[in-house]
Design a protein around this ligand. Structure first.
Ligand SMILES: Nc1ncnc2c1ncn2[C@@H]1O[C@H](COP(=O)(O)OP(=O)(O)OP(=O)(O)O)[C@@H](O)[C@H]1O
Length: 470
């Protein structure tokens, strides 16, 4: 049994959380103000506190400090209003164990409570964890994990690698990390490496002296120096030409740059956040990216999942973009019909949130009377249009690499190796068939068609591998 202290001025929340705590056999105390909570805590030290940040009188954040002064470290779960990231990040900075955004469901609270109770039993100071980041919208567990990582890493100086498909919000996440960091009052310099020509990349990044090369009419301060005291965001970092990678690594390690044409190193102090939609590990294997630079850039990695893997965010994001249009287009109220939402949730969104935002803006222009129907939406962007063959090529190379390793392993003793081809097929066919079947909701005929197999051949193989289908 643990002792829980619930602090909220909404009686219904105190009641609901008390029921939850008591049903798990915990002892529950409730308070409607922070002042009352502090005196209750002094009389009877709680193991875990659940507290709203907005309370009449003393606010929750101040109360957290008061609690620590009176009863030492106690895991505090903070309840915040939806979208109030600023408070949430502050709460985490002040040592909150976690935060929950209102309205929350009891299952979510139950999970966090379990973790907090476990933490309190470890008798160690609680570890801060967090959710949600402003400007970045999302309510699925996948995005909550991203928000939590952003809040955790923003207070440190660690270099961050943001990975994820194009349009998933990597640049927005980089901005958020900067805004919540100690460097927020310094510059945020965003450089899209892919847009720099190879010949100019060096002088753009490191700067140059007047006359350093033909066309260098005046001295230029490079991006690394411009980012002094702030954050340097290197977008599409996989595209840095190899010769410049070594120079960048050196600048990162030594905190100095050498402008082109100069012999004088210049000090610069910035935090680096890099982003990529490519698989850097596979580029390292191909000799196109330095592994030492990769380790320097990737002290902490945040992977932002593609939109199709967080379907629960699609409607929230669509409504968020529509609200912004209302502000811009004086008063037109937009409404997505249920059919339009269902169409949005069906699409693969290869262009991710960027594509969704464009589709919504397009649909709003076509919608009559503000009602958005499925036919108002533009056609989905196709995968090949986005040049995603690049990442396909990356994964092909990884598969080839793995297959080579597998074959070498099997052939360590060539005399013992038998039926390798059959074993290989048994490895690779089932996952491919499963995915094809999933795409067509278990129907064999269309799955066989896209695999290029006869229906009976596929059925036979499914039976052989024990895969069920309709
Ligand atoms: N979670 C989100 N909430 C609100 N807007 C988002 C979110 N994610 C992305 N966006 C919007 O989608 C667009 C693309 O985002 P962003 O440029 O950050 O993506 P990216 O991953 O950096 O893309 P790229 O790899 O192509 O540079 C922007 O308009 C951004 O505001």
């Amino acid at each position: 049994m643990s002792k829980l202290l619930i602090v909220d001025d909404e009686e219904s929340i105190c009641w609901g959380l008390s029921q939850l705590g008591e049903s798990h056999g915990h002892q529950v105390m409730t308070a409607s103000t922070a002042e009352q909570a502090l005196s209750l805590a002094e009389e009877d030290r709680p193991d875990v506190v659940v507290m709203d940040v907005r309370l009449p009188g003393m606010d929750g954040l101040t109360a957290m400090q008061g609690l620590r002064d009176r009863v030492g470290p106690v895991p505090v779960i903070v309840i915040t209003a939806y979208g109030d990231l600023q408070t949430a990040v502050e709460a985490v900075r002040n040592g909150a164990f976690d935060y929950i955004v209102k309205p929350f469901d009891l299952n979510q609270m139950e999970q966090v409570l379990d973790k907090a109770i476990y933490e309190s039993r470890r008798e160690e100071p609680s570890v801060g964890e967090t959710r949600q980041v402003d400007g970045l919208v999302g309510s699925t567990p996948e995005m909550q994990d991203v928000f939590k990582s952003i809040a955790l890493v923003s207070g440190s100086e660690a270099s961050v690698l943001l990975s994820g498909e194009s349009g998933t919000g990597k640049e927005l996440a980089a901005h958020a990390i900067h805004r919540f960091s100690e460097r927020a009052s310094g510059p945020f310099i965003a450089v899209n490496i892919a847009s720099l020509s190879e010949s100019l990349a060096e002088s753009e990044l490191f700067g140059h002296l007047q006359g350093a090369f033909t066309g260098a009419e005046s001295t230029r301060v490079g991006f690394l120096e411009q980012a002094d005291q702030g954050t340097l965001f290197l977008d599409e970092v996989a595209d840095i030409p190899l010769p410049i990678q070594i120079k960048l690594l050196r600048a990162l390690e030594e905190g100095e740059v050498l402008p082109v044409g100069s012999t004088q190193r210049v000090k610069t102090n910035f935090r680096v956040i890099a982003a990529t939609h490519r698989n850097l590990e596979s580029l390292i294997k191909q000799g196109k990216f330095r592994h030492d630079l990769y380790f320097r850039l990737c002290t902490f990695q945040i992977d932002i999942p593609p939109l199709r893997k967080r379907v629960g965010d699609i409607c929230t994001l669509a409504e968020f973009f529509l609200e912004r249009l209302v502000d811009r287009q004086s008063g037109v109220q937009y409404r997505l019909t249920a059919e339009a939402i269902s169409e949005l949730e069906k699409r693969p969104w290869y262009g991710n949130v960027r594509e969704l935002r464009n589709s919504i803006e397009h649909a709003a222009l076509r919608a009559r009377g503000g009602t958005i129907l499925p036919e108002d939406l533009p056609a989905p962007v196709s995968k090949s249009f986005l040049g995603s063959e690049e990442s396909d090529a990356d994964s092909d190379i990884m598969i080839i690499e793995l297959l080579k390793q597998w074959a070498e392993q099997q052939l360590i003793d060539p005399v013992q190796a038998t039926n390798l081809y059959e074993k290989l097929m048994a490895l690779i066919e089932p996952p491919v068939m499963n995915v094809a079947l999933d795409q067509f909701h278990g129907q064999c005929a269309p799955a066989a068609r896209c695999l290029g197999l006869h229906r009976t051949t596929l059925s036979k193989k499914l039976k052989q591998y024990g895969i069920e289908n309709k």
